[in-house]
Design a protein around this ligand. Sequence first.
Ligand code: IYR
Length: 228
Amino acid sequence: MSEHIPLDYTPLSPEESLERATTFYELMRTRRSVRFFSDRPLPDGLIERIVATAGTAPSGANQQPWTFVVVGDPQLKRAIRAAAEEEERAFYGSRASEAWLNDLAPLGTTWQKPFLEIAPALIVVFRQRYGLTSEGESRKHYYSQESVGIAVGMLIAAIHYAGLVTLTHTPSPMEFLERILQRPAHEKAFLLLPVGYPADDATVPNITRKLLDEIMVRHPDTSASRSG
Ligand code: IYR
């Protein structure tokens, strides 16, 4: 066991906890996946803070199996857009089943991904399938999918909290990102998130979230609807 140190913990009263949980929920419920971006640049240092926040995520055996590649270079963004649109054209044209396309219809997505060039930054998240020691030996990673998924959730929350918008873009397959960004062999592209400000005329699909009752089950079940 490594050395243990005292936990740095700030206690809150129940009232403060409830107040903060409510404020945070009210903020997070306004988050939307945005597909229409402005080219307005990001303030210096903002993306670094956001990525640093994602890097505080818990991970299997604390191996932190992630790399966040931040792309602002217009040529790289253009290359990523071209390659993503090639895959997406095949997806929307033939690869996706009718059922899948029907499920996507409410979102209004197409093979065209102009946001990949317009957004001031793309964060490409890579999952390290295994680690490398300083001697170049490979080291098994545990729960890397779960770990990177958690980190991306925190990344999205940090982006929203900072007043920026994003979406989780999943061109499939994503090998082109490993090639264009020249990542080492143990890194697999996990997600691509354009980050920036919404276009002035940005719209979002009119869709709803499940109610708390639909996503939470309690034991014991004290809800009125079940107690009778
Ligand atoms: N990767 C495609 C298709 C797509 C798939 C799902 I599941 C979505 O929730 C949204 C889109 C695209 O990005 O358009």
